[in-house]
Each structure stands twice: as C-alpha cells, then as structure tokens.
Design a protein around this ligand. Structure first.
Ligand SMILES: Cc1cc2nc3c(=O)[nH]c(=O)nc-3n(C[C@H](O)[C@H](O)[C@H](O)COP(=O)(O)OP(=O)(O)OC[C@H]3O[C@@H](n4cnc5c(N)ncnc54)[C@H](O)[C@@H]3O)c2cc1C
Length: 443
C-alpha cells in the first residue's frame, strides 16, 4: 500500500471518540470575583476534584483554557489501569523497606489500585454510560528479557495492587492475541476499559448537577498571593480564591513556572481503522483485552466499543506532528503486530499531550501552602488522574482520609530543564535505535 493509500477518503484529523461526544463552545459563563477553590484545567483531574469539593459543600470554579474536553481526557485510549502501569518509577522506591516493612513502592501500588475502584464507584454513582468493562489487559513482551522483567513483577503487583496478574508464555499468547510479534506476556486481569469521551461527558454532566461553576475559554495566566488570598490573572479578568488546584498535566504552562519546570509534555498519537470485515476484530483480540507492549517506543491498542475497528496508539513521534506523519508510522507498527491489518485504511488520527515526570511517577502535593497540584500521568492517567483530583479535594475538605502515598513524594526537577523539552526528538531516535538493538540481540 502506498503511503497516501492508508487514508480512507472520509479521513478526519480528530479523535474517533468525538464521533460520540466532542468538546463544544458553551455560552460564556461570567468569571466570579471570588471563589473558595479555583481549579486550573478541566480534564479528569480538575473535574473530579471539583465534583468532590462540591459534594462536600465547597464553592469551586473550574477554569479551562479551551472548550471543556480539549485535553488528553477525551483523546486517550481508554485503558484503565489499576496500578501496574506505575512501571519503572517504582524501582527506586523499593529500597526503602529492606527491613521487611511495606515499602513506599508497595504503598504506591496499593493506592493506585484504589484508583480503579474509584473510577468504578464514580461511574456507578453518577450513572455514567461509557462502555465501562473490566476487560483485563495483556502486556506483550517484545524480547525474552522483557518477558523475564515482567515476570519478576508479578508477585509485587498481585500482593500490593491486587492486580490478578499471570504470565502467559509465547506458546499460550494466542489465547489473547492473534499475533506472533511477542515473546509471551503478562495478563493483568484487574484492569478495564471505557469510552474516554463518554466518561468525560459523564463527569461534565455530574459537575453541572453538583453545581460546579464551569468557565470555559478562560486561560489562567498567573497566580499570586497566599492561602486565603490568592489572585489569579486570567484571559478574562481576575479572580480571587482561598485555595488553588493546578490540574493542567501535559498542558502545564508559564502560568505556573515552578511546575512547568518539573513536567515534560510528550505527544501520544492514535489512529482508528475503518470498520473491519465481520469477525476480524474479534479474532485479533479474542478476549477483548486492552493491549500494551514493552519497547521503549511502546504501542497500546484495543478494539473499539462497537467491536468493529482497531484503535491503535503509540509514540509515533514524541512531539505533536500532523497525521500525515503520525498515521503512517502507527499503521506500520500496527501491521508489524497484525499483518492481517495491512490493507485496513485509517479513518481518524489524533494527538494529545501526556506529562512525564523525572521519577516516572504521578504526583500530588503543594507548591506553596494552599496551592495544590495533581500532575504527571506518565502516559496512564484515566484512573490515576481521576484518583489524584479526587484525593486533592479530599485533602482540602479535611477529615478522616489518610494521606495518599503519592503525596509523600517530592516532585523532582532536573538541573538545566526549564520546561521546554528540546531533547525529545533525540530521545525518540535513541529509543528507536535501542528497541531495534534489543530485538536484534534477542534473535
Ligand atoms: C493519545 C493519548 C492516549 C492515552 N491513552 C491512555 C490510556 O489508554 N489509558 C490511560 O490511563 N491514560 C491514557 N492517556 C493519558 C490520560 O489521557 C491522561 O493522563 C489524563 O487524561 C490526564 O487528565 P488531566 O485532567 O490531568 O489532564 P487533561 O485532560 O490533559 O486536562 C488538562 C487541561 O488543562 C487545561 N489547561 C492548561 N493550562 C491551563 C491554564 N493555564 N488555564 C486553564 N486551563 C488550562 C488544558 O486546556 C486541558 O484541557 C493517554 C493520553 C493521550 C494523549
């Protein structure tokens, strides 16, 4: 197939999810002169913080720079992890408990497993129709070394994240995936999937029902002051607040320079195929799991909720690029895993920003007294950013909830990094080279 030939004549450069619900211009809401809690960013983190605060009787205002739903929360793959995607960030936290006590890594896993239950509770409580399903996930290992690395984590994941993991050797992987690309992999039964834009719409509806003030097209440009007397300068005037929550993740900007220096925005890309011939999608991933894999330039994919298309994502590039660049790369990655899809044309391609941190872990905390943040999804934030937003609100409300392990971590910076990730194309090139080398050495 020629490069141009992968695009369907009806191709759209927008998330396939937006066919069901998409961000739209709302009638303008006046910015109040003051609010008790001002929330910057209207994604899963900002909305869940707002809903929980409103349920606790606290007046709050969410300011979203664009239309509600602009960010990663309506663009993601919809895979819902219950802890195991904390991945490589856990390594450095393991040493803390050599005496046999529960390590910080264990507590991080434990709390992140709560995030999956929380998503389920919110979907049930707010009656959100978003194709939620405890589908399970298969993590494919691209080399035998990666298989062993996954196997080494099974006990910890099962013990501390109740992940219900087991290894599937290559001889059994066809139960999960009709592909010979992997050297076996890990089945994570306690994980799920949903329709991300419909989950988002459900949260937006819930926020309205709980009388959250939602102010779109209002970019916070600067924050000054202190607890009880913050002032936020916005593109539509000034607002005073007792406390502030920064929930801007991969879109964190100069409005909060102290946080911009600590997160690395990275682009992630997805394509949707045209509707596949009857039975093909089901045959590719027979159990309907979400799939992720282990190269440094990883891919993640699943079948669409209607069972008809492949939704295939990955780091085609680490920066935002046009679909003419990202879609052919993703189509190539997809065809390498599923030669059966070589002729499938692409109907949708899109991009969104995720936020990496220098310790590869999500974070919540305070920049200064009363100015909270929840940031750093590291690519996996449907459940985690829901949890961190909710948890930040619980903290502001006070009361009996225990401190989250994610609050114990200091958000690290890196000498010389000011918030502009000029090095990403180099990292991408290096990662692609290492992936090729790993596979060559594994032969
Ligand atoms: C392509 C892609 C695929 C992904 N796949 C998965 C997946 O399968 N599973 C998973 O768990 N996670 C996935 N993720 C990650 C997940 O989508 C994110 O972690 C999550 O949506 C982040 O939510 P959030 O509320 O923190 O940020 P966002 O949803 O990104 O919202 C942040 C908002 O802040 C706003 N903002 C920024 N600055 C300001 C300002 N100064 N003033 C006001 N507003 C501001 C932005 O406009 C934006 O709308 C994926 C992400 C992408 C991009």
């Amino acid at each position: 197939m020629s490069k141009g030939g992968i695009f369907h004549p009806d191709f759209k450069a927008m998330p396939w999810w937006w066919e069901a619900w998409q961000p739209k211009a709302e009638p303008p809401v006046d910015l109040p002169a003051r609010t008790t809690v001002a929330i910057m960013g209207g994604g899963y983190a900002g909305l869940n913080a707002a809903i929980e605060l409103a349920r606790g009787g606290v007046d709050c205002t969410v300011m979203e720079a664009n239309d509600f739903g602009f960010g990663a929360s309506t663009r993601n793959g919809g895979a819902v992890s219950g802890g195991v995607s904390l991945g490589k960030g856990l390594g450095g936290k393991r040493r803390l408990g050599d005496d046999g006590a529960e390590t910080l890594a264990d507590r991080l896993l434990n709390d992140s497993s709560d995030s999956l239950s929380l998503v389920e509770d919110i979907i049930r409580r707010e009656n959100i129709d978003c194709f939620w399903e405890r589908s399970g996930r298969f993590a494919g290992a691209v080399t035998r070394k990666h298989y062993d690395m996954l196997a080494a984590k099974v006990d910890q994941f099962n013990q501390h994240a109740n992940a219900q993991c087991m290894m599937l050797p290559k001889s059994l992987q066809h139960q999960e995936i009709d592909s010979d690309f992997y050297q076996g992999g890990m089945l994570v039964q306690r994980s799920g999937k949903l329709h991300p834009a419909l989950y988002y719409k459900g949260l937006l509806d819930a926020a309205r029902r709980h009388a959250v003030r939602l102010v779109s097209r209002t970019r916070v440009e600067a924050v000054s002051g202190r607890r009880g007397a913050f002032r936020l300068r916005t593109s539509r005037g000034e607002i005073a607040a007792d406390e502030v929550i920064v929930a801007t993740n991969g879109y964190t900007s100069d409005a909060t320079p102290q946080l911009k220096r600590k997160v690395i925005p990275v682009a992630s890309h997805i394509i949707a195929t045209e509707e596949l011939p009857d039975g093909l999608a089901k045959s590719l991933i027979p159990q309907g799991r979400t799939i992720s894999d282990t190269p440094r330039v990883l891919c993640y994919y699943r079948i669409s909720p209607d069972g008809k298309r492949m939704l295939f994502g990955g780091r085609a590039r680490f920066t935002a690029v046009s679909p003419e660049v990202s879609a052919p790369a993703l189509h190539r990655f997809m065809s390498a895993r599923f030669p059966q899809l070589r002729e499938a044309r692409v109907t949708h391609a899109w991009t969104g920003n995720i936020a990496f941190t220098f310790d590869f872990l999500p974070h919540m905390g305070q920049v200064q007294d009363g100015m909270h943040y929840c940031l750093g999804c590291n690519g996996s934030g449907v459940a985690m950013m829901t949890y961190l937003g909710h948890q930040t609100a619980r903290k502001i409300l006070g009361g009996g909830n225990r401190v989250s392990a994610f609050e114990e971590l200091e958000l690290p910076g890196q000498f010389g990094y000011g918030g502009t990730p000029w090095f990403l194309p180099l990292v991408g090139t290096y990662y692609r080279f290492r992936d090729r080398l790993d596979r060559f050495l594994d032969r």
